[in-house]
Ligand binder design. Structure first.
Ligand code: SF4
Length: 341
């Protein structure tokens, strides 16, 4: 842009237009500049946002999301979400020992019920104004032959989200109907590359390119060692720190007509891994509560300092032990119902 890059302390002329170019803490710097009297402030992410969507790669998507995240966290009565996870199936073409969404424990994995999801998504979009991302995932989403129905479902709500991601392990080539549904400027296919043989990913990429479908390959070198569900006997302060540092603390997940705060707590509920009183969710369906009440319940869930489930979660912070990704296990893993309370 040719504009000089200077620190906030070097700014003196209150009429100077300021482009704030830090990633975080963007929002607090804008606040500070406003307090000093600057009025013409533009967060750089707004400039990126003006780009054509096909120029938005994952790097600047994360920058935009981080800005949105700060806005989201700073507002008190905000009817928007950072992201929504839609697990369309618990079936997977891999069985990874350390899957953070707990797929390795499902003995009889099943697909999500489309009609039920349709009603739950409608209800959720009646309740919220906006979500930055919609993430379609599994298991492996392309295992569900009706994936296209789930994607099409969101077309009616496209003004309510910025991006949709279909997150795949790259082992399955989508069929024609699913490819057709993916041809949309808001939809990106994110391929997690676990450094396995590359032929299948290359084949998938060539099909996506041929069909003009936006996609990216994300090389995954390590996972967090977080999928062992047991009673960690943490104090309240420790559980609050676990949630505060959790990478998926703002990733509500719709499962069986309920909204959970994170994918792990939703999967734990499906598996009955914890005693019933330890699950926290909002009933989107089968509830006589008014929309206002449900909105308050969702806001309350998203603002809890920790979940009861956090005490049983291996911890998804950046400090959690790193392990090799996608180590395969032949059979579903055993687990203790009620996680050795
Ligand atoms: S249970 Fe708590 S720490 Fe674990 S993934 Fe969910 S929010 Fe994060």
């Amino acid at each position: 842009m040719g504009a000089p890059v200077i620190t906030p302390d070097e700014l003196t002329d209150l009429d100077t237009p300021v482009v704030v170019a830090v990633e975080t803490p963007l929002w607090s710097i804008i606040k500070k500049l406003r307090e000093k009297g600057f009025r013409n402030i533009v967060p750089y992410v707004f400039i990126i946002f003006d780009q054509e969507v096909d120029e938005v790669d994952s790097a600047n998507h994360y920058l935009i999301q981080s800005f949105y995240y700060e806005v989201f966290r700073s507002k008190k009565n905000n009817n928007s979400l950072l992201s929504i996870d839609i697990p369309v199936t618990m079936r997977c073409s891999l069985r990874c020992r350390d899957c953070s969404n707990l797929m390795q424990y499902f003995k009889k994995p099943r697909h999500a019920d489309f009609e039920q999801m349709k009603r739950a998504v409608k209800k959720l979009f009646d309740l919220i104004d906006f979500t930055f991302d919609v993430r379609i995932l599994g298991g492996e989403p392309f295992m569900n032959p009706d994936l296209y129905k789930f994607i099409d479902l969101f077309h009616a709500y496209s003004s309510k989200f910025a991006y949709m991601w279909v997150i795949t392990n790259g082992t399955i080539i989508p069929d024609e109907r699913n490819l057709e549904a993916l041809k949309n400027r808001k939809i990106f296919v994110r391929i997690s590359d676990y450094q396995n043989p590359r032929q299948q990913i290359e084949k998938l990429v060539s099909v996506l390119v041929k069909n003009g479908i936006f996609h990216e390959i994300v090389p995954i070198q390590a996972w967090q060692d977080c999928s062992r569900i047991q009673n960690y006997h943490r104090t309240q302060e420790e559980n609050e720190a676990v949630l505060r540092n959790c990478g998926v603390r703002d990733t509500p997940t719709i499962i069986d007509g309920k909204i959970f705060r994170c994918p792990l707590s939703g999967s734990a509920w499906l598996l009955s891994i914890l005693p019933p009183e330890l699950y926290e969710y909002v009933e989107l369906l089968n509830s006589n509560d008014s929309n206002d009440s449900l909105r308050r319940q969702i806001q309350g869930l998203m603002r809890q300092k920790y979940l009861k489930a956090c005490n049983f979660c291996g911890n998804r912070s950046i400090n959690t032990n790193r392990i090799p990704p996608a180590i395969q296990t032949g059979e579903p893993l055993e687990y203790d119902i009620y996680a050795r309370i």
